[in-house]
Design a protein around this ligand. Structure first.
Ligand SMILES: [Cu+2]
Length: 507
């Protein structure tokens, strides 16, 4: 049992697991849920881990059939595959602007509620299309179990053993994903940084939170994404999508069937975060978050609207729950250290290290070859933060400032800290901190990645010494060819440019 759980947190976690409920804050509420769950078990849909779900050929067959039937419908039909995907984003070659198309929310605190509503109605449509009244959407649990980090097997092959088409397969994925040889890495799927935060939203520009910056209305591509939206959400999008696959583009992502299992998992992690207590709560006093209306379609093709206040309790309001992960998993435990730290009071993030800025405003350009940049510590305090393991700095953020990129075609670079010269880049090494995951990222905005976990591991291994620190951007194996090919064919820039890289304390 982890010693850094408070007794109350443990009790809440246990209540949560026994109720199987997501997103409830107070203990009396939980017990009423337990009763309800016991009384009505048969009517509550259970979203299962795909690793469990796929043990049942009948369930996989129902999932495939639901997807196939939706794909066979006309794109003017709101219950069709393409109509639903276009609600997330509208492809550039599409001239129609149908109701609710292009309305996904990223980069603000509407990210979680909007995607919960979106997945909820999609699941209802899918169930009806499948002909199986018991079908619930599974989730892809890449975070908790390392052996579940390759793309789930039912999604990998174009054809099924009987020669028919596999509706869960798409070709438009990164190299190695459909072979199962490229698995997600721990640094790409960790939710530790996000789970340590106890604040749902951040209000000032430098502050961070679990769920994103406050907004007063729908935000298609905001620059205030929460920590969980950054990792694992954006990381998984670009690792699966690669340089120009569907998952890496907002406009195409929801055409890949794995999108829905990815977002089912993101939705599950929201409930897991809430269940940890310690002040973690939904912004129930925020009128915009609670009352702004978003438009969807139900399984009959009827237009419906939903508000935040309609989706807070998935069991009581939406009739589904997650089978949920066991208590003793390592990431959950490690994610809790320092959860109650008081360092979350608003303060300006402090600059610890930076690449030099030159006067000509020259941008750093990433192309086919790895690029290593050296960051200097402008003040002794920055150096102390890295050299001293017992430093008070608990939270560190890597920032890539003013990034420009082609959203359809740019390499999801691997990012390493202090990778020694001559050492081959390895995504399972302690130097690796994740991808430059530019998913739904506004142009010229700052890309941020929490590197606290990686830095403390490098400190533990004595791999951070001296008066500078390096950051290396490496194109993933197999992605450069993709870039060069499309570069020539379509005359797209393909490259990523940015102004400088800094490391700051996060608050
Ligand atoms: Cu997404």
């Amino acid at each position: 049992m982890p010693s850094n759980f408070s007794r109350r947190e443990v009790l809440r976690l246990l209540s949560f697991l026994s109720a199987g409920a997501a997103g409830v804050g107070s203990v009396p509420f939980i017990s009423s849920l337990v009763n309800k769950a016991n009384a009505q078990t048969s009517s509550v849909y259970v979203r299962e881990n795909i690793a469990t779900f796929m043990q049942s050929p009948a369930k996989i067959a129902a999932l495939r059939e639901g997807v196939r039937v939706m794909q066979s419908r006309s794109s003017n039909d709101p219950t069709s595959w393409i109509y639903q995907a276009n609600m997330h984003g509208i492809p550039r070659n599409e001239s129609r602007r149908l109701t609710a198309w292009g309305t996904c929310n990223h980069g603000s605190f509407f990210f979680f509620p909007w995607h919960r509503m979106y997945v909820y109605y999609f699941e209802r449509i899918l169930r009806q299309a499948s002909g199986d009244p018991t079908l619930a959407l599974p989730y892809w649990n890449y975070s908790d179990f390392p052996d579940q980090r390759p793309l789930p097997e039912p999604f990998r092959n174009r054809l099924l053993p009987d020669g028919s088409t596999n509706s869960l397969y798409v070709e438009q994925r990164a190299p190695g994903i459909n072979q199962g040889t490229t698995a997600l890495a721990s640094a790409e799927v960790s939710y530790s940084a996000a789970f340590q935060r106890t604040n749902f939203f951040h209000t000032s520009s430098g502050q961070q939170s679990f769920g994103g910056r406050r907004a007063t209305s729908s935000m298609h591509r905001g620059s205030g994404g929460g920590l969980l939206e950054g990792r694992p959400h954006n990381q998984v999008h670009v690792v699966v999508g690669g340089s120009n696959g569907w998952m890496r583009q907002v406009e195409m992502a929801a055409r890949d069937p794995i999108f829905w299992l990815h977002h089912s998992n993101i939705d599950r992690l929201w409930g897991r975060w809430l269940s940890l207590g310690g002040g973690r709560a939904n912004p129930l006093n925020d009128r915009d978050w609670m009352d702004d209306r978003f438009t969807f379609f139900n399984e009959n093709g009827d237009r419906v609207t939903m508000r935040g206040r309609d989706i807070i309790d998935t069991v009581q309001q939406l009739n589904y729950r997650y089978d949920d992960a066991p208590l003793g998993n390592q990431m959950l435990v490690s994610g809790m250290s320092g959860a109650e730290s008081s360092s979350q009071a608003a303060a300006t993030p402090q600059l610890l290290a930076t690449t030099p800025m030159n006067n000509q405003q020259m941008l750093v350009e990433l192309r086919e070859a790895p690029v290593t940049l050296t960051l200097r510590f402008p003040e002794s305090q920055g150096y102390r933060a890295f050299s001293n393991r017992t430093s008070a700095v608990s939270s560190l953020t890597l920032n890539v400032e003013k990034v420009e990129y082609n959203p359809r075609n740019s390499i999801p670079y691997e990012v390493y800290i202090n990778l020694p010269q001559g050492v081959p880049p390895d995504r399972n090494s302690p130097y690796y901190v994740g991808r430059l995951a530019l998913f739904a990222h506004p142009q010229k905005a700052t890309f941020s990645l929490d590197i606290s976990e990686a830095v403390s591991e490098l400190q533990r291994l004595n791999l951070i010494t001296g008066d500078s620190i390096s950051v290396t951007f490496v194109p993933p194996a197999g992605e450069v060819n993709v870039l060069q090919r499309t570069d020539r064919a379509r005359q797209l820039p393909g490259v990523v440019r940015f102004e400088r890289v800094t490391i700051t304390t996060a608050n």
